[in-house]
Design a protein around this ligand. Structure first.
Ligand SMILES: *Cc1c(COP(=O)(O)O)cnc(C)c1O
Length: 401
């Protein structure tokens, strides 16, 4: 989408790219929105000469190409590859490592990522070391010659801790190691890891990029031609690719990402400030407010210091109060997942993070009284009123008010 002005390419802004990147009108019919190309195979005029760019849909498909082009533009990447889920994107990257490779990862990665690292990667000879303080200790965890990848998730889930991508990337690159950042929680609108020195950015498209809680998909974006060759080979060989319909839906969702991310941030900021001021709350984790311990990183790494739509907080009254809060809240739906237009809440210790042993969980700040919220794009006043009434009732039914 770069255009030429006075011989210089002018970079379009985010909203313009979200709407137009990878969205050419149909050259034959003029259709402004691309049709969904459901055909699994494409005609050839003679052996080895396909009519157009396509041969077989697993290898490439017009809707997937359009979606990948759009994500690449939004993440300042040369290439993007789409997968059938965020987990499949992770698996493809780990599969690209040779037997004997070593990975250093932040400790509180997404549960499915942790499961893949510990239960699947190990089976094909890739070892992962986890660190709760990766910025401080990455250098000493590197095994010269063997460490191939550093895996960062920022903000972390569900405590919203931040990692300084640039600081880790500088150390990694001195040792010739690639840095991967899972950017699912921030979306490309709030944070662009490649700009801060990461080599690969991955997303669960299922969350903010699609944004409507109706598609399961993943994507990886990067600049290196070598990675393009290795990862697109595996994308085709493993075959964990998204359907044309899912690519079309996710591409439609992506066109409003900037609008949704701004509203979600506004709403989360309103809710976080109210929680912070409430006598029913022990503490709030939200990178968009000054009390956050890593606020400085947010200010340099996130667009305009935005905090995104995710927050978590500890409620007074223990697990019972946390469960009651989710029972009494009405506009927020009690459900796992995040990043959709509708607000959701959950109790990580009993739901998304129930599989982690209690001592490990609590060491990472995931106490039984922690509630995680994904703020959607409803009106801030309604979300605020909902949170305040639920806090009141949850604490009262606990007998402490
Ligand atoms: C959901 C999620 C994933 C996994 O993505 P799926 O699309 O569910 O496979 C990975 N990382 C983060 C941070 C997530 O929230």
């Amino acid at each position: 989408m770069g255009s030429m002005e006075n011989g210089h390419s002018t970079e379009r802004r985010f909203g313009t790219l979200a709407v137009h990147a990878g969205a050419p009108h149909d050259p034959v019919t003029g259709a402004v929105i691309a049709p969904i190309s459901l055909s699994t195979t494409y005609a050839q005029t003679s052996v080895g000469s396909p009519v157009g760019l396509y041969e077989y849909t697993r290898s490439s498909n017009p809707n997937r190409d359009n979606f990948e082009t759009a994500v690449a533009a939004l993440e300042h990447a040369k290439y993007a590859l789409a997968y059938s889920s965020g987990s499949a994107a992770t698996a493809n990257i780990l599969q690209s490592l040779a037997r004997g490779s070593h990975v250093v990862s932040v400790s509180d990665v997404y549960g499915g990522t942790h499961r893949y690292f510990t239960k699947v990667a190990a089976a094909h000879g890739v070892q992962v070391t986890f660190s709760p303080t990766i910025e401080l200790h990455v250098e000493e965890l590197i095994r010269p010659g063997d460490t191939k990848l550093i895996w960062i998730e920022t903000p972390s889930n569900p405590t919203l801790g931040l990692v300084d991508i640039k600081a880790v990337a500088e150390i990694a690159h001195r040792h010739g190691i690639l840095v991967v950042v899972d950017n699912t929680f921030m979306s490309p609108y709030v944070q662009n890891p490649l700009v801060h020195g990461a080599d690969i950015v991955v997303h669960s498209v299922t969350k903010y990029i699609n944004g409507h809680s109706d598609v399961l998909m993943g994507v990886a974006a990067f600049n290196s031609d070598d990675l393009k060759e290795r990862l697109s080979f595996l994308q085709n060989a493993i075959g964990a690719v998204p359907s044309p319909f899912d690519c079309w839906l996710a591409h439609r969702g992506l066109k409003t990402l900037h609008l949704r991310a701004r509203e979600a941030t506004k709403n989360a900021t309103t809710v976080a400030k109210a929680l912070e001021a409430s006598s029913h709350v022990i503490s709030v984790n939200y990178p968009g407010i000054d009390s956050h311990p890593h606020r400085k990183i947010a200010l340099k790494q996130h667009r305009d210091g935005m905090g995104g739509g995710m927050l978590s907080f500890r409620i007074k009254g223990g697990q019972t109060a946390a469960h009651n809060f989710c029972k009494y809240i009405k506009v927020f739906t009690l459900a796992e997942s995040l990043g959709g237009v509708e607000s959701l809440c959950e109790v990580p210790s009993s739901m998304t993070h129930a599989g982690i042993p209690k001592d490990q969980r609590e060491a990472a700040g995931v106490f039984d009284d922690l509630v995680r919220m994904s703020c959607g794009v409803e009106d801030a006043e309604d979300l605020l009123a909902d949170v305040l009434q639920a806090l009141e009732k949850a604490d009262m039914s606990n007998g402490s008010a």
